[in-house]
Design a protein around this ligand. Structure first.
Ligand SMILES: Nc1ncnc2c1ncn2[C@@H]1O[C@H](COP(=O)(O)OP(=O)(O)OP(=O)(O)O)[C@@H](O)[C@H]1O
Ligand SMILES: [Mg+2]
Length: 339
């Protein structure tokens, strides 16, 4: 946490990487609440996948231009007008212009001191090339004024930000990357114990350690369990069961959404099902599934970027989240979207 705040205050651009439900957003927001930098903007890419549009809207509503205009900020002729704004420099007397003619450059420069921009869940942004150009522009022209913090899984746009090719507009710019890992057993246990004590829920430390083993240090599931356990008179077993039911509902929705986005999803599900019980090496997977190496490599790459799968030192692939494994074992629901 302290590293994140220090990086922000030194103006370093940061990327917080990690699998689902690991605490990326929480860490980023906590750093924002602790930094002395008061100008802050948060963009959630799940709500708006066009970065230029959301950045303009957010900058506009907190810039001095909006404060000088009377009443509610009206942004040009609506979303269409915002989308048409370029992020180049616009000349002329800015105060007299209609709001829709402000550029991102002008808006950033309109702040009297540095601004932190959090782009949360950036893997959902569209147009990798456009995003890279926009970020490269801000980096080159406004580094002293704007500090970016980007969270997400290393997929889609995030990949082109993290591993820009020589052809990418973002190539050559420095980013501080931080990987957020799962909690250790003792941190997880301490978290559940503290929560139970605070809510006055009786617990047995041995039971809680079984829960920790099951949920494997993933804060999202531990918080869900903690809530279900502490807010009812359920036993730890009942609360764990309820946590799994709720988690499966969340996973089903999530996997269905990924399925809509990814054409190779049927094949990716079959790879996941193949490694549910035993981690497997690349060649074993190719052989057992009858998939050629190019297709297998493409699909595994996607699964790794979605943070469902990881590769160990022996080169074996396995599923990261134990509840994803459990969900796949249940089989039926997984088959329904692998059609
Ligand atoms: N340090 C923490 N202490 C307590 N709870 C935490 C902590 N970090 C994360 N959590 C909880 O875990 C859950 C997941 O956290 P968060 O949303 O920050 O993860 P994420 O990595 O951004 O996930 P996603 O990929 O779904 O966006 C949240 O409910 C949050 O409250
Ligand atoms: Mg998040």
């Amino acid at each position: 946490m302290d590293d994140t705040v220090t990086n922000l205050e030194k103006g370093r651009w940061m990327v917080l990487l990690g699998p689902r439900r690991i605490g990326k957003t929480s860490l980023a927001r906590c750093a924002l609440s602790k930094t002395k930098i008061k100008n802050q903007i948060i963009i959630d890419a799940r709500e708006e996948s066009n970065l230029e549009k959301s950045l303009l809207r957010a900058l506009l509503s907190s810039s001095r231009f909006s404060k000088k205009s009377s009443g509610t900020v009206q942004i040009g002729g609506g979303i269409g007008a915002i989308a048409s704004i370029s992020f180049g420099f616009t000349k002329g007397s800015s105060e007299k212009k209609s709001l829709s003619s402000f550029s991102i450059s002008e808006l950033i420069e309109s702040f009297s001191s540095r601004i932190v921009i959090l782009i949360d869940e950036a893997q959902w942004l569209r147009n990798p090339r456009g995003v890279s150009s926009l970020l490269a522009h801000i980096y080159d022209y406004h580094y002293d004024k704007a500090t970016l913090m980007i969270t997400g899984s290393a997929v889609g746009v995030m990949r082109s930000i993290l591993e820009p090719s020589a052809k990418s507009p973002f190539y050559g710019r420095a980013l501080t990357t931080m990987e957020i890992g799962r909690w250790s057993g003792s941190t997880s246990l301490g978290f559940l114990e503290r929560g139970s004590k605070e809510t006055g829920k009786e617990y047995d430390i041995h039971d809680l350690s079984l829960v920790v083993e099951r949920l494997d240090g993933i804060p999202g599931w531990l918080t869900l369990f903690g809530y279900i356990f502490s807010s009812s008179n359920r036993s730890y077993k009942q609360a764990l069961k309820k946590t799994e039911v709720e988690a499966f509902r969340i996973l089903k929705e999530e996997l269905e959404n990924v399925g809509k986005l990814s054409l190779g999803w049927k094949r990716q599900i079959s790879i996941l099902q193949e490694i549910v019980e035993t981690p497997k090496k690349f060649n074993e997977l190719g052989r057992d599934l009858g998939i050629n190496h190019t297709a297998l490599s493409h699909n595994i790459d996607m699964l790794q970027r979605l943070c469902y799968v990881t590769k160990n030192q022996e080169g074996e692939y396995s599923i990261i989240d134990p509840l994803v494994s459990e969900y796949l074992r249940e089989g039926t629901s997984a088959k329904s979207y692998a059609k």
